[in-house]
Design a protein around this ligand. Structure first.
Ligand SMILES: Nc1ncnc2c1ncn2[C@@H]1O[C@H](COP(=O)(O)OP(=O)(O)OP(=O)(O)O)[C@@H](O)[C@H]1O
Length: 293
């Protein structure tokens, strides 16, 4: 079986009993990530822009959460808040009960890979592990290159790798830090459709063998449904949480064609309806007021 399906707060879990069958109270698991009434603006420029407003969200340890929402609704801002790269203006962000510190709990994966072109694949990974002695960093790099199937390409430079291989390298670099949280900002958006589908399977496999809490940003409803334990839908700017949707498909999911499931089509329709309505009624959107079925 794949990863367990954890639940923050223990809701819905079976309750253990003592020998006489009396229920023993269970201590709810604290969430791994907690966003409590989080707001964040940017400015001054043309005046402050409220990017996120009043976000309440608990993410369980090893949960796979996908953030979905129209362009500019604050998805990247949310990742940066969890990474501790920026602080909220209002409310609080906690990771493991503490304020997040950059580089401590989370690793980020970006659409643009952000590899160092003058370093080989192995060096790109080792370079991202400055706290380790050099020999250990090299060994760790070899382990993770092997894990993503790039062992043969350890001495290649990024320019000598395909887009899919570069993203696998970026993923290996993030995983090599053995982070508790993976923050992924549209990581597959620049890949061709085939590589993207392969990378989705690869990510499912990797997070099954190296479990982590994952917060993944995408514009693709299908990708969200394939990957997520839970989808968090945000409104157009300012980003507010409009819905969270549990994705009930069992894991592992890479051996089945989920798209063929009637429930997949139903959830897809539901999410598209919500997204389309938000975009068509948002005065900031290019599609505002248009009639699109
Ligand atoms: N450093 C910044 N300075 C000024 N405005 C910013 C900054 N970062 C984000 N914003 C603004 O905050 C809003 C949210 O941006 P963010 O990048 O988080 O949205 P997003 O949902 O990730 O967008 P997209 O889907 O287009 O990538 C946008 O209006 C953006 O222009």
């Amino acid at each position: 079986m794949g990863r367990p399906r954890p639940a923050a707060g223990g809701a819905g879990q079976d309750r253990p009993g003592d020998r006489d069958g009396h229920a023993i109270p269970v201590t709810p698991l604290p969430p791994h990530v907690r966003l409590d009434r989080v707001s964040r603006s940017f400015g001054p420029g043309a005046g402050p822009v409220l990017a996120l407003d009043g976000i309440n969200l608990d993410i369980a340890r090893q949960e796979f959460v996908v953030l979905l929402g129209p362009s500019g609704c604050g998805k990247t801002t949310l990742l940066r808040l969890i990474a501790g790269l920026i602080a909220p203006d209002g409310g609080s962000v906690q990771v493991g009960g503490q304020s997040p510190r950059p580089g401590r709990d989370a690793a980020m994966v970006f659409q643009s890979f952000r590899l160092l072109p003058w370093k080989t694949a192995a060096e790109n990974i080792a370079f991202a592990l400055p706290a380790l002695p050099a020999a250990e960093a090299r060994a760790r790099a070899a382990t993770y290159l092997d894990l993503v199937g790039l062992a043969r390409f350890a001495q290649r430079y990024p320019a000598e790798l395909s887009g899919g291989m570069r993203q696998r390298l970026a993923l290996a670099r993030a995983l090599a830090a053995e982070p508790q949280i993976l923050l992924m900002d549209e990581p597959f958006a620049s890949l061709d459709a085939q590589s993207r589908e392969l990378m989705q399977g690869e990510l499912m496999r990797l997070t099954a063998v190296r479990p982590a809490t994952v917060v993944f940003v995408t514009h693709s409803v299908d990708e969200a449904l394939l990957l997520a334990d839970r989808i968090v839908l945000l409104s157009p700017r300012p980003g507010r949480l409009v819905e969270t949707l549990d994705v009930p498909f069992p894991r592992p999911r890479w051996q089945t064609d989920l798209r063929a499931e009637p429930l997949f089509a139903e959830l897809r329709r539901h999410l598209w309806d919500r997204l389309r309505d938000m975009v068509l009624t948002d005065p900031q959107s290019d599609f505002y007021g248009r009639q699109i079925p």
